[in-house]
Design a protein around this ligand. Sequence first.
Ligand SMILES: NC(=O)C1=CN([C@@H]2O[C@H](COP(=O)(O)OP(=O)(O)OC[C@H]3O[C@@H](n4cnc5c(N)ncnc54)[C@H](OP(=O)(O)O)[C@@H]3O)[C@@H](O)[C@H]2O)[C@H](O)CC1
Ligand SMILES: [K+]
Length: 466
Amino acid sequence: MSLPTSEPVIGRPILTAAETRAAEEAIFAAGTPVIDLMEKAGAAVAEAAWRFAAMPPTLILCGPGNNGGDGYVVARHLAERGVHVRVATAGEPRTEAAKVMRARWDGPVEPIAGARPAPLLIDGLFGTGLARALDDELVHHVARLAVAAKLRIAIDLPSGVETDSGALLSAVPHFDLTVALGALKPAHLLQPAASRCGRVAVADIGLAAHAKAWEVARPHLAAPGAADHKYTRGLVTVIGGAMPGASLLAAMAAQRAGAGYVVLTGEGSGGPHALVRRDEAEALADTRTGAVVIGPGLGRDAGARRRLRAALGAGHPLVIDADGLALLADGGLSHLRRLAVPAVLTPHEGEFRRLFGEPAGSKIDRARDAAARSGAVVVLKGADSVVAHPDGRVAVAAAAPAWLASAGTGDVLAGIMGAMIARGLDPFTAAQAALWLHGDAAERAGAGLIADDLPAHLAASLAVCA
Ligand SMILES: NC(=O)C1=CN([C@@H]2O[C@H](COP(=O)(O)OP(=O)(O)OC[C@H]3O[C@@H](n4cnc5c(N)ncnc54)[C@H](OP(=O)(O)O)[C@@H]3O)[C@@H](O)[C@H]2O)[C@H](O)CC1
Ligand SMILES: [K+]
C-alpha cells in the first residue's frame, strides 16, 4: 500500500576531475579537437558573464593550463562584444590548446603582479588541474584584485579549491558566479569550496557524463488522489524515549510531510490530536507500518537499547538517527547488516566518526564507504549533506540555509524521511526527497528559524513537488 509515485528525479551529474578528463577524452576520440572544445567552453563562460554582469571593464586572470586557455577565449568573446577587457597572467600557456588561444587574443596582457583591478574579475587561473596550493604571492594578488572588484566570476572552479574534496588548498576569495564546464564537480557542492563558488551555472559543452554522483533535485511527490486513504499515504511509527520533545518533533514532521497515519510511542504528551499515541509493542506489530523512525530523544540507557533491539527486529524499514546511531556504534552495525531490512542512517560528522571511524577521502568517498560497509543508505549530514547507497550511487544536496544548524532540525529531517519511505519511495530516493523538503522548508522559515517552525512550512514545500 503506497501512494502512486513517478520515477525518481535525477539531479545534475557530478564528475570528479578524473571522470571529467575521461569524458573529455571520449569527445576527443570521437574526432573533436581540444581547441574546439575550449572554444565552446570559453564562449559559454562569456555568454554567462554577459548575462550575469552588465559587463563593466573586466580583468581576466589566465593561468598556464587549459583553464587559462578558456580565459583567453572569454577575453576574445567579450572584447568582440565591446567590453573593455584586460588579461593578466600567472605564467605563459603550457598546453597546446592554451597557446593557440593565447595567440588568438590580440588585446593587452600584463603580469598579475602589476595588474590594476577592474570592476569585474574573471578567474581563469586554475581549474580541475590544480595540483597544490597557490604560492603566497599569487594568493596575495588574487585577493587584492578580488577585493577591489565589484563582481567575481570563476571559470570552472575558483582557483585554489581541490576539485574532488572541496578543500581549500590556499585562501580562496568568495565568487559571485562559477561557470562549471561540462558538469558539476564535487567542489561545487562540498564545503568549504561550495561556499566560495557563489551561484553555480553549468555550461553544456557536450560532455557525455557517466556519473556515479548527482545533485539532489526537487523530488516529484504526487498529491494524494481520490483512491487514497490514510494507510496508502503511509503509516510512520516514531519510537519515543528519554526526551519526548525530540520524538514529538519527528512525529509532527512526518505528519506534515504527508504521512497519513503517524504513531508516537513512549511517555510524554502534547502534540496534535491527529497524532496517535500507542504502546510500542503494539505499534511495532502493526503490519501496515511503512517506516519506523528511531533515535530522536531515544536516550542511551537500558530501555533505549531494548527499544532499538525491538525496532530492528520488527522487520519494518528504518530511519535511525541521533541516539539510535550512538547505540548502533556499540557493535550494532553488523547486526543491522545481517537483518537486511531497508534502513537509512542519518549521522552528522561526530556520529559518523563514532560509527565508521575516519575512512579516507572526500565526504563523498566517506559516505560511500560507510554505505557499502553498513548495507544501509547513509546520509552524512552537514551544510553539504551527502546521501550514499550501498551500491555506490551518491547524491549531494546543495547548501541548505545555515540557520538549520540548531537543535531539533535533525529530528525533523528524520521524521520527513520516515514519511517519504512510508509513502513508498525507496530509501535512497526518500532520503534525497527529505533533504530537499527540509532545505526548502528552512528557506521558507527564514532567519532565526527553530526546528519547531519547519513542519508548518512543509505544506508549501510539498506543493511545489506535486
Ligand atoms: N571540462 C571540460 O570538458 C573542459 C575543460 N577545460 C578547462 O580545462 C581545465 C583543466 O585544464 P588543465 O590544463 O588540466 O588544468 P588547469 O588549467 O586547471 O591547471 C594546470 C596547470 O596549472 C599548473 N598548476 C597546478 N597547480 C598549480 C599551482 N598551485 N601553482 C602553479 N601552477 C599550478 C600545472 O602545472 P604543474 O606544475 O602542476 O605541472 C598545469 O600547468 C578545466 O578546469 C577547464 O577550465 C577545457 O577548456 C575544455 C573543456
Ligand atoms: K578558475
